[in-house]
Structure formats: C-alpha cells, structure tokens
Design a protein around this ligand. Sequence first.
Ligand SMILES: Nc1ncnc2c1ncn2[C@@H]1O[C@H](COP(=O)(O)OP(=O)(O)OP(=O)(O)O)[C@@H](O)[C@H]1O
Ligand SMILES: [Mg+2]
Length: 259
Amino acid sequence: MTAPLLSLDRISLSYGEIDVLRDVSLDVMPGEFVSILGPSGAGKSTIFKLLTGAVAARSGEIRFAGRPLAPTDRPFAFMPQRDALMPWRRIIDNTTLGLEVQGLRRKQAHQRVRPLFEEFGLAGFEQHYPHALSGGMRQRAALLRTVVQDRPVLLIDEPFGALDALTRNQMQIWLEAMWLKHRWTIILITHDVREAVMLSDRIHLLSPRPARVEQTIAVPLPRPRFSHPTARAEAATIETSILDFLLSPQIQEQQGQLP
Ligand SMILES: Nc1ncnc2c1ncn2[C@@H]1O[C@H](COP(=O)(O)OP(=O)(O)OP(=O)(O)O)[C@@H](O)[C@H]1O
Ligand SMILES: [Mg+2]
C-alpha cells in the first residue's frame, strides 16, 4: 500500500483562549484530490495557516513524505481564501508573484508562466489588470499563480466561494479536467458539500469548532464526474448522507447556534 504524502497527527491549536483544532488527524495520498469540508468558523483555513507556517500547533505532528515537517520545508503552494490578486499588478505579474518570492527574476518568471495562460483560459489577458477580468478568470489566475510554483501539494481555500452558481459549476468542471491531466496532489477547503463530492477522492469532514475530523468519506465515483452518466446521481446520494450528518442534532448542538 502507498504511504501518505502528508499526515497531520493529533494536531491541537488555539488562538489565545479560543480552541480551534482539537486532535485533528488526517492524511493525503500522493496525487490525491482531498477536500476538507466543515461549517464556517470550524478551523479549515487555520489548517492551511498551520501547514504554511503562519501559525504553530500547541501539540501534534505534521509529517511530509514520512518525515516530520521541518520549519524550513516548503512543500505547499497556497491559494488564499480572499484577496488572492493584487489589483495594482497586471495579470502576468500577479501569476509570477510566488516565483518572484522564490527568487526568480521577473523575465524568467514570465517565461515560466506564459505557456500556461492558454490552458487556464487567460490567453490575451496577460497585460490586463484584475478588475478587467471576470470572477472565474480571476480565480483561474490565482490558481495559475499557485500551480506554477511547482510545489508537491496545492492548498486551495474556497476558490469558488464568491462565484455565481453557473460559473462555479464551470470552474469545478475545469478544475477536475486539469487535475485529471496533471494529477497534482490537491487539498481543497470548501463548505459546499456538492463541490466536495464532485471533485474529491476523499473528504475529511470537520466538526464545528474546536474542529476534529468527524468522518473521512471515500468518493469512489468514475471521472470525469460532471459528464459521467451515473456519477452525478451517485454523488447526489453521497451528498444527501453528508448533509444529513451535518444537520444531525449531534452536530447542530455542537454548532451551538443557527447561522
Ligand atoms: N488570527 C486569529 N486570531 C484569533 N482568532 C482567530 C484568528 N484566525 C481565526 N480565528 C478564529 O478561529 C476560528 C477558525 O477560523 P478559520 O478561519 O480557520 O475558520 P474556517 O473554517 O476557515 O471558516 P470559514 O468557512 O468561514 O472560512 C474562528 O472562530 C475564528 O474567529
Ligand atoms: Mg476559511
């Protein structure tokens, strides 16, 4: 059996008095598309902050490729939940930001990103500013910036949360196609159950804060799922069982209050 590429082992973390993660354990296999699904405020983005070194755990261990993750290890490329693009930089210069941080000269960085513009549906928009792009295009630009850093694992936090339903669906179809082609290892944060089911190999389902992994759900559906004759119907069944769980009295009680 293949060993996990990444494991979180009984991670606990608090912000001062606020307990955010309590004994969170999860793993990600090489080339796997994993989602972290949970209610708002559960601690999902905090898991990415932890992985990227922005916050530290109180206890527990992170292992990458079988070894404890050292503070200097940078195996993650991160697409943040908000404000991914800088409005004052052209799209091409937004997509090279991560490479420039890695120390690449702007000219070399441009050479690296240019061939990807076509595949990301952004050809011809290299010199535009973010405000001149549609919401979907902006999110693809942010994703391009993440992918081009060529790290072993992509961390993407609610990439389609601000998009209208139709664009969101188009982006999910596109992301699945890109993943099938490139086989990146992806961790997607979402609170959209359908999105998690349609895209993931496995879903780690978090409880309300302090977050634990309540369940890990395998989604062994054929791909590409959006165009598969039976995958969508089977996905709907899995979606219903997850929603039933999230809306169960046990979870609602932990949530404490209605949104
Ligand atoms: N820097 C911080 N200082 C103090 N508390 C914080 C900080 N960042 C987050 N929190 C708190 O930690 C909890 C988890 O936040 P987090 O952003 O991880 O949630 P989330 O699951 O990503 O939520 P959402 O789905 O709304 O994005 C929240 O209660 C939040 O208020
Ligand atoms: Mg968040």
